[in-house]
Design a protein around this ligand. Structure first.
Ligand code: LLP
Length: 442
């Protein structure tokens, strides 16, 4: 856990998040509970904006909202002056419902449906990031039907095999995302877009993967993307007004992770772009970056109540909590690691080695595989850190567990970002069993 002004353990060993005592939060809002530190998001956004503007003023930070999407988050991000990337009709709908400016939205996805394309066109969002030749035809038709001209970028694959979990690498040769630059598919896609009446070609996008620690992968990507800009300008005489470099800046989940700060990734990308523009003599495009995890992950803490401690002598000690893979599936998916502490006894030595298990009905339902922890007993409050990204957004109702609420804390005040889901919410769309009317008469 990275101690900071808005997230720390006080002298009595109690965890304080955004000025709120973890024990008070658990009492008021119950557990499991996602807690977000508003000041962290504000500071992270400010640092990233400063770094980007210092080096490359014609630029935008577009928050990758898949990391954590809800109306209040879009509201906060919009107040901070960021754009956003949405990756589904649901994210688009949520952003628009929160009053997000559609002119600050980018729509991603390798298979956007026809209704999603219609919704994007109708909302007059800034750009759809096209990911297939089929989508060019479909989007042009949607724009023509609405009598509009839709701005587009194309997603290209710059072939950068970033060093990260293979599920979140996105620029390998066999990636489902983007058009290959190397085999000419990218150029063919731009040509096809230029031939459409209702599309306006704005630029190119790449996203090389997520939870990447080495800045060099990004600077290599800038090199390849600017080579592509130069090639497009030469072969098609097209102007590439926007270069969107995606997100993927790694964060520290545990003390053994030591990535550069997000602003360092951003500074390096912006500087490399400046250098490439001068070197390759291309017209300077607008630069967009799309951080998701690096804005949200460290802002989040999940609070749980310990329900059972089970020691299998000489084998393993389980500390079972009232959450699980339904609200944090990242161990099951990526073997993710987190730091933990007993939120009201964090001054005690972390002398035990335990496995934090959830309450779902399968053995893979683990939150943390192996971790040091203060001696835990039933009723203790457990905090898992760095859970602000890809936890709530990937939650499910597995085992019909309700998705926990999210509260936003600042200066000692806590308010809901998302209210608790109830059992009636869970069955709201369930239908009662009705025998088929094609049932043979007996
Ligand atoms: N832009 C695009 C087009 C993306 O697909 C993504 C993430 C981002 C930006 C933001 O990447 P970030 O800055 O958050 O790394 N569920 C996985 C992460 C999947 C990321 C998907 N795309 C996890 O829990 O680690």
């Amino acid at each position: 856990m990275n101690q900071r002004d808005t997230l720390y353990i006080n002298q009595s060993g109690r965890l304080i998040i955004g000025g709120c005592d973890a024990g008070d939060l658990a009492r008021e809002f119950s557990t499991p509970l996602y807690v977000m530190d508003e000041a962290y998001i504000e500071n992270a956004a400010a640092e990233m904006k400063r770094a980007l503007n210092e080096v490359y003023p014609d630029s935008l930070i577009a928050y990758a909202s898949k990391a954590f999407a809800c109306k209040a988050m879009y509201g906060l991000v919009s107040r901070l002056g960021l754009g956003a990337d949405v990756a589904s009709g649901g994210e688009l709908y949520t952003a628009l419902s929160a009053g997000f400016n559609p002119k600050m939205l980018y729509f991603h996805g390798n298979n956007k449906t026809a209704p999603e394309l219609d919704e994007a066109v109708k909302a007059e969002i800034h750009a759809v990031v096209i990911d297939s030749l089929d989508e060019i035809t479909a989007l042009n038709a949607a724009a023509a039907a609405a009598n509009k001209k839709q701005g587009v970028l194309i997603r290209v694959n710059p072939l950068i095999e970033a060093d990260t979990h293979r599920f979140i690498q996105t620029a390998c040769v066999d990636s489902k995302f983007g058009f290959s630059i190397e085999n000419g598919a990218g150029e063919a896609a731009v040509k096809k877009i230029l031939a459409q009446k209702n599309l306006q070609f704005l630029g190119i996008h790449c996203h090389i993967g997520s939870q990447i620690f080495d800045i060099e992968f990004f600077t290599r990507a800038v090199d390849k993307m600017t080579d592509f800009i130069a090639a497009l300008t030469k072969s098609l005489g097209v102007s590439v007004r926007e270069l969107n470099m995606g997100g993927g800046f790694g964060v520290a989940y545990t003390a053994s992770d030591t990535p550069p700060a997000a602003q360092e990734f951003i500074r390096a990308i912006a500087q490399k772009l400046k250098d490439c523009i001068a070197q390759k003599k291309i017209a300077p495009p607008r630069l967009i970056v799309e951080p998701g995890r690096s804005l949200a992950a460290q802002a989040g803490v999940t609070l749980y109540t310990v329900g059972a401690v089970k020691d299998i002598p000489n084998v393993k000690k389980y500390v079972a909590v009232d959450g699980g893979m339904f609200e944090n599936p990242r161990y099951a998916l990526y073997n993710a690691r987190y730091e933990v502490a007993l939120a009201l006894k964090a001054h005690l030595p972390a002398a035990d080695t335990v496995c934090i298990a959830g309450k779902c009905c399968e053995s893979g339902d683990i939150i943390v595989g192996e971790t040091a922890l203060q001696k835990a007993e039933k009723g203790d409050l457990l905090a898992v850190f760095c859970t602000g990204a890809y936890n709530y957004s990937m939650a499910s109702n597995y085992n019909r567990n309700p998705i926990p609420p999210v509260v936003l804390c600042k200066n000692g005040s806590a308010r809901y970002m998302v209210k608790p889901q109830t059992y009636p919410d869970i069955i709201a769309r369930d239908c009662d069993y009705a025998p088929s009317d094609k049932e043979p008469l007996s």
